[in-house]
Design a binder for this molecule. Structure first.
Ligand code: FAQ
Length: 314
């Protein structure tokens, strides 16, 4: 069969909503784009454990501590399903992790901001998981089968994360003046970086056109960002707080909220490794990896021992 025939069969499958599976023929660029996106997504989940992990030992009650531990563990689990899904495309976990640790691979810009107060745990759950879930609901229908299936469970867990974040902020928003101020301050700091999670404007998005044709992405960066703003602009009213954007206003004609200009210089600066916590995050991941070397060695030694035992018995 010629390349053109194979490409036609592949695109027909996509056009007919048939998932692409690991053993199917696929264009090399489709494979690479999926490895790039899925591995960056996995790295984001794992690096994303750090800002919240920072508050586990300082949670204000046993209940909040148990919830936060469970949430951080969930994020680690999401990373593992996603690495497994990328491995089905021929990339090894060692390669992907090496790329993260050397700074070659990207992960979401949002995790390069510091978590300064307890209220940040609520703001991360509500805004960061809220933004993540909108993007990920779309990815449950992405064209690559293993990625789409991994997203189903991830979305269920993220939706719990978002609710716990909102509930945590709701308690603060009804608390003392100090707690209300802490809640507002966390929202002020996390709002704009959350909008940047959706990626650059469509006009600047290098991958979107092709990814939309391949149905890896089903909605553009700007579409998802607008959907998020429309949702949060309503939910903030329940909290009795405000969003830090003087231009945020309902537009009756468009049936969407208008909003102010995002600071794209800040976004690219963070993506290029110069955000407030980039160096700290990579140092933490490298340290954890190095300190865990003995666990990996022990696991390999145990697997070898088991194999020999089985071979002897056979
Ligand atoms: N940060 O052409 P596009 C979570 C890069 S999970 C850093 O538009 P694309 C869970 C992009 O890679 C959050 N880099 O790119 C959680 C590309 O560079 P490249 C992560 C960014 O891929 C919650 C360049 O800019 N979610 O939060 C960012 O079509 C709480 C041009 O951009 C996912 O990864 C950014 N924000 O669209 C965990 C979802 N945006 O690679 C713990 C899957 C763009 O060509 C606690 N990913 N770039 O060198 C996606 O849906 C897409 O990859 C987008 C970007 C939408 C993120």
């Amino acid at each position: 069969m010629s390349i053109q025939d194979l490409e036609k069969i592949f695109q027909d499958k996509i056009d007919n909503e048939i998932k692409i599976e690991p053993k199917d023929w696929m264009p090399e660029a489709y494979r690479k784009t999926n490895i790039r996106q899925i591995s960056q997504h996995a790295h984001s989940e794992v690096v994303g454990m750090l800002p919240e992990g920072n508050w586990i030992s300082r949670a204000p009650s046993l209940k909040r501590k148990a919830i936060l531990i469970a949430k951080v563990q969930d994020e680690g689990g999401h990373g593992l399903y996603l690495y497994s899904s990328a491995e089905t495309l021929g990339s090894t976990r060692d390669e992907m992790i090496a790329d993260l640790h050397s700074g070659k691979a990207k992960y979401s810009s949002i995790f390069n901001y510091p978590s300064l107060t307890w209220a940040d745990m609520g703001a991360i759950g509500w805004l960061v998981d809220g933004a993540a879930i909108l993007n990920q609901v779309m990815l449950c229908r992405t064209s690559y089968g293993p990625y789409a299936r991994a997203m189903v469970r991830i979305c269920k867990e993220e939706s719990f994360h978002q609710r716990q974040g909102f509930e945590s902020l709701l308690v603060l928003s009804r608390g003392t003046e100090e707690q209300k101020a802490m809640c507002q301050d966390a929202i002020n700091r996390w709002w704009w970086p959350s909008l940047m999670m959706f990626g650059p404007k469509d006009s600047e998005s290098t991958n979107s056109d092709q990814s939309m044709k391949w149905k890896i992405k089903r909605k553009t960066n700007d579409e998802l960002r607008q959907q998020f703003i429309d949702m949060i602009a309503e939910q903030i009213k329940v909290l009795g707080m405000t969003l830090p954007d003087a231009d945020l206003k309902w537009n009756e004609e468009k049936k969407h909220y208008d909003f102010g200009e995002i600071n794209w210089d800040e976004f690219w600066n963070v993506v290029k490794g110069n955000g407030p916590c980039n160096k700290q995050r990579l140092a933490a991941r490298n340290k954890a990896h190095n300190e865990g070397a003995w666990v990996r060695e022990a696991a390999v030694a145990y697997a070898e021992k088991k194999k020999h035992k089985q071979q002897k018995a056979a």
